[in-house]
Design a protein around this ligand. Sequence first.
Ligand code: UT7
Length: 319
Amino acid sequence: MSISSVIRCTGSYLPDRVLTNKDLESMVDTTDEWIVQRTGIKERHIAAEGEGTSVLAIKAAQKALESSGLNPSEINGVIVATTTPDQSFPSVAVKVQAALGLNPGPAFDVQAVCSGFIYALSVADSMIRSGAMERVLVIGAEKMSSLLNWEDRTTCVLFGDGAGAVILEKSESQDGILSTHLYADGKLNDLLYTSGGVSTTGDAGHIVMHGKEVFKNAVGLMADIVQEVLEKNKITPDQIDWLVPHQANLRIISGTAEKLNMSMDRVVVTVHKHGNTSAASIPLALDTAVQSGAIKKGQLLLLEALGGGLTWGAALVRF
Ligand code: UT7
């Protein structure tokens, strides 16, 4: 009997405050036109002071739990992908575990920046297949606003806050997570990083990005990885119902869709409303499309992301 892991349900949360491009015009030397043309972003949500990443993660997880119809005791693990934990330790995952009243079981964070959710999904899938866990909350949650230098127009217009969650569970079907593909190339770590850290400057620092270089790498590496997914699963792009990409830049998203010969009406786009929410972006986009009725059970989804590290990854999922 072969075991797989399937996504039972999704949930997400966005903080109340919306920061528009117009608002940013009064903060830095930028324009709505520049931001929309170069990135596709129109607005993003910003968490309130004191509203840490765990608060966002807990709210997204609660939504997923509500829509699952499960009892908290039926979830036996939590994995949170985040770059912006409340504290250096403990993890955001243990806070989610406590807030939801889950029983003791594995709970830990994964740090792979914008690729974090794909990494977390892959780890959860492996743990379910190995028999270590049966039902896991997999969350991407970020308070990227806490890493921004609000005087640096090259980065502060790009990011937003939010969280998305899925409940992944053991299944004896052949569906669910069909393949995951993870990569990192640490030689490229100086293209996108924070200017600080606990063991160096003692503070979190701010995001520094060489945007053009990251852009070039993203276009090439996303094209390569989607090809790898197609070959590994012996499928053609027309069999994919939805591309659910990391939401960093509409030009990167449409470039990947073009390589796959997929029209944009089969691509989930939330970057205009959410900005780049790093590890939260894919589960947020997924839940948005599920809630709107666009993504339906049984459809084939291709998830892909690239972020600081550089890290990148993809997953093919029968939803
Ligand atoms: O999630 C992790 C992965 N991250 C990504 O995938 C992001 C990848 N990179 C990008 O999305 C794009 O490179 C950016 C959106 C970050 C930048 O777009 P770009 O087309 O690569 O612009 P650029 O950095 O080459 O800058 C072009 C010009 C520069 O002016 P000069 O030197 O040509 O006079 C910048 O100073 O735009 C200027 N600029 C701005 N102007 C108005 C940079 N930021 C801004 C701004 N408003 N906010």
